[in-house]
Write a new protein. Structure first.
Ligand SMILES: [Zn+2]
Length: 325
C-alpha cells in the first residue's frame, strides 16, 4: 500500500469538481476532474463525490483517513454550508452524509480559505507564520494566516479582501458596498469597465472590439489583457487603471495585516502577465516602512487544483496527521 497518511481534498464548484488524494507532504497521489453536470443538488453532489472517492481508492490502493471539501460560499463550522450561490445551496449539512457513506471524517471549508491553507502548508507559504493570499478570478477572495493561525473571524467569514473599499463612492459591487477592490480588479469588473469605456469611446476601442469579435467572445479581461500586452492604447488604459486599484488594495492589505508574504493567485493573476508584480512595486513605497521592509509579493505555487489540495491539507490539520518534524 502507498503512503497511508493521506487525505482526500475536494473542490466542489458550480460546473466542475476536482477530487485529489494528497499525502502529508502535499504530493498529489491521484486526481480526477469531473463535471458536476446540470444538477448541483446536494444529494447528487454527495453521490458523485462518494463514487469518485471509492473508485480512486480502489484504483490506487490508497486508503485516505479523512476528507476535506472546499466550497465557494459561507461555511458554518466544519459541517454546514450556509450559503453557496454558485451551487444555489442554503443550509446544507454536507459533512455528516459524506462521513457516513465513506466511513471517514468529512469536513467542509470555504474554497479560498482552503487554497490559503494549502499555499501555507504545501506552497509558497511553507514555513511562514504571517501571510495573506489574494485570489483574483471572476471575483476576488482572500485568506489570512497570522501568527501561525488561519484567521476565521466571528462568523467564519474573515479574509473577504475583495470587498475592501478602494474608491469611496466608487463602482457598485456585487456585495452591498460600492468602490470595492473586486469592483475594479475582479474579472467581471475588468470586463464591465472595458465594455463601458468602449461604449463611450468606440473608435479608441475598435481594435479590442475586433479582437473580441474574432475570438467569438465579449470584451473580457482576457482580451483586454492580451491587447494591452500588444500595446493597444485603449486596453492599456483599462489595465493601467486595474493596476492602480490593485496597488491601493495591496497597500491596505499590507498595512492592516502586516504579512511577510502576499501570495497572489487565480485566473486574472495568471492571465494578465506581470500585472501583479507591477501593482506590488507601485504599492511598496506607499506601505508603512516598518511593514514593507520584509514584505514580499509572490505568485501562488499551487495551480488550478489549489482548492482541492488545500482542502486535503486542512483535512490533515483537522485529523492531526502532519508528519513529526
Ligand atoms: Zn464588494
Amino acid at each position: 500500500m502507498a503512503d497511508a497518511n493521506c487525505t482526500v481534498g475536494v473542490d466542489l464548484g458550480g460546473t466542475k469538481m476536482i477530487v485529489s488524494i494528497v499525502d502529508s507532504d502535499g504530493r498529489v497521489l491521484t486526481e480526477e476532474e469531473t463535471s458536476t453536470g446540470s444538477s448541483t443538488e446536494p444529494e447528487a453532489a454527495i453521490r458523485t463525490i462518494v463514487t469518485t472517492v471509492e473508485r480512486m481508492r480502489a484504483a490506487s490502493g490508497v486508503a485516505p483517513h479523512s476528507l476535506g471539501i472546499g466550497i465557494a460560499g459561507q461555511v458554518d463550522g466544519r459541517d454546514v454550508v450556509r450559503f453557496a450561490p454558485n451551487l444555489r445551496w442554503r443550509d446544507v449539512a454536507i459533512g455528516p452524509p459524506l462521513s457516513k457513506a465513506l466511513g471517514i471524517p468529512a469536513r467542509v471549508i470555504n474554497d479560498v480559505r482552503a487554497a490559503t491553507f494549502g499555499e501555507w502548508r504545501f506552497g509558497k507559504g511553507r514555513g511562514e507564520s504571517d501571510l495573506v493570499c489574494l485570489r483574483i478570478g471572476t471575483g476576488v477572495g482572500g485568506g489570512i494566516v497570522s501568527g501561525n493561525r488561519l484567521l476565521v473571524g466571528a462568523s467564519n467569514a474573515a479574509g473577504e479582501l475583495g470587498h475592501m473599499t478602494v474608491v469611496t463612492g466608487g463602482r457598485k459591487c456585487t456585495c452591498p458596498n460600492s468602490g470595492c477592490l473586486e469592483a475594479y480588479v475582479g474579472g467581471w469588473a475588468i470586463a464591465a469597465r472595458a465594455v463601458e469605456a468602449a461604449h463611450t469611446s468606440p473608435t479608441a476601442a475598435a481594435a479590442s472590439l475586433e479582437r473580441a469579435r474574432r475570438a467569438g467572445t465579449e470584451l473580457d479581461a482576457e482580451v483586454v489583457s492580451e491587447m494591452a500586452k500588444e500595446g493597444d492604447p485603449f486596453a492599456r488604459g483599462i489595465m493601467d487603471e486595474t493596476r492602480t486599484h490593485l496597488a491601493a488594495g495591496l497597500v491596505a492589505i499590507a498595512n492592516a495585516l502586516n504579512p511577510r508574504l502576499i501570495v497572489a493567485g487565480g485566473g486574472v493573476i495568471r492571465g494578465t502577465g506581470s500585472l501583479f508584480e507591477e501593482a506590488f512595486e507601485l504599492a511598496r513605497p506607499r506601505i508603512l516602512p516598518s511593514i514593507s521592509a520584509d514584505l514580499r509579493g509572490v505568485r501562488a505555487e499551487l495551480g488550478t487544483n489549489a482548492v482541492a489540495v488545500g482542502a486535503a491539507a486542512w483535512a490533515h490539520q483537522e485529523a492531526g496527521t502532519w508528519p513529526a518534524t
